[in-house]
Design a protein around this ligand. Structure first.
Ligand SMILES: NC(=O)c1ccc[n+]([C@@H]2O[C@H](COP(=O)([O-])OP(=O)(O)OC[C@H]3O[C@@H](n4cnc5c(N)ncnc54)[C@H](OP(=O)(O)O)[C@@H]3O)[C@@H](O)[C@H]2O)c1
Length: 266
């Protein structure tokens, strides 16, 4: 392996043999960081559930995985809704078997409005999309892992939840909540040999990213805010998720890994 340090693109896929044959669910797997995570897991022989709310985006990722020789199943579910999550879990178990890995990527930035101008609706939407969705995902999938005494849940925070930034306060608070939720639940389920860890990316250039719409000069300024001198890629985050999914990280739980090019050093 590994990824090219200059560009952040994966040139050779790292392999974790213990992952082969396992079942993973990636919420928010239909785009960006989640899609990159689905592809890396599938390249490691994992049977991957690609989740999102848009069937055509899901289909594109599922197809690309089958084309590359992997196995994937697409499931539409809004992970802010308990019933939808439970239906996804049941469909996954019936079709692919017990779930060993969940990567709870689904979430969203929310409009970066000044805090006192934010509406209650905007606040609740962002907290639901990021923090409540993470809680519901854990609530749905952890009991099976506890019963089987094996599993890895990976949650998704953000550098916005680690240091003050230009993001909305709701997003920052929700992502900081994900960090603390991860520690809390990791502490509860560790005795069952179930691990829960968190990723906190800084600026990652995805297709949907607002960074795609700004002039090159602004992108360079953002890159310069990171000691490693570049903006992150979805692959940078997916590589960290892969490690936390595998037994190679079997002594790690409750950790928040800042995938941040050095922007966050806590
Ligand atoms: N990109 C960054 O710079 C960055 C930095 C730090 C943290 N993050 C975090 O990383 C995660 C992924 O970010 P990204 O940039 O890759 O985002 P993205 O490209 O917008 O993708 C978001 C994914 O989540 C899905 N999703 C959103 N809400 C959902 C819901 N309620 N139920 C099911 N699926 C849902 C989306 O699918 P549909 O839209 O089709 O539903 C899509 O697959 C988010 O939690 C984000 O906060 C991103």
């Amino acid at each position: 392996m590994t990824n090219n340090g200059q560009s952040g693109q994966v040139t050779l896929t790292p392999t974790y043999p213990d992952l082969a044959g396992k079942v993973a669910v990636v919420t928010g797997g239909s785009r960006g960081i989640g899609a990159a995570t689905c592809r890396l897991l599938a390249a490691n022989g994992v049977k991957v559930v690609v989740n999102g709310r848009d069937q055509s985006a899901i289909d594109a990722v599922v197809e690309s995985i089958w084309d590359a020789g992997g196995q994937a199943l697409g499931i539409v579910a809004d992970v802010t809704q308990w019933d939808a999550l439970e239906a996804m879990r049941q469909q996954t178990e019936q079709t692919l078997g017990p779930v060993a890995v969940v990567v709870a990527v689904a979430g969203g930035y929310g409009e970066p409005v000044p805090t006192l101008q934010a509406t209650e609706e905007q606040w609740r939407y962002t907290v639901d999309a990021n923090l409540t969705a993470t809680f519901l995902t854990a609530k749905s999938f952890l009991p099976g892992m506890i019963e089987r005494r094996h599993g890895s849940l990976i949650t998704m925070a953000s550098s916005a939840g680690r240091i003050a930034s230009a993001s909305s306060a709701a997003y920052a608070a929700a992502k900081a909540g994900v960090v603390m939720f991860t520690r809390h639940i990791a502490n509860e389920v560790g005795k069952h040999n179930v691990r829960v860890n968190c990723l906190a990316p800084a600026a990652i250039l995805t297709e949907q990213s607002k960074l795609n719409q700004v002039p090159e000069q602004v992108r360079q300024q953002v890159a310069a805010m990171h000691p490693l001198g570049r903006i992150g890629t979805p692959a940078d985050v997916a590589l960290a998720a892969l490690f936390l999914a595998s037994d190679s990280s079997s002594w790690l739980t409750g950790l928040t890994l800042d995938v941040a090019g050095g922007r966050v050093m806590l």
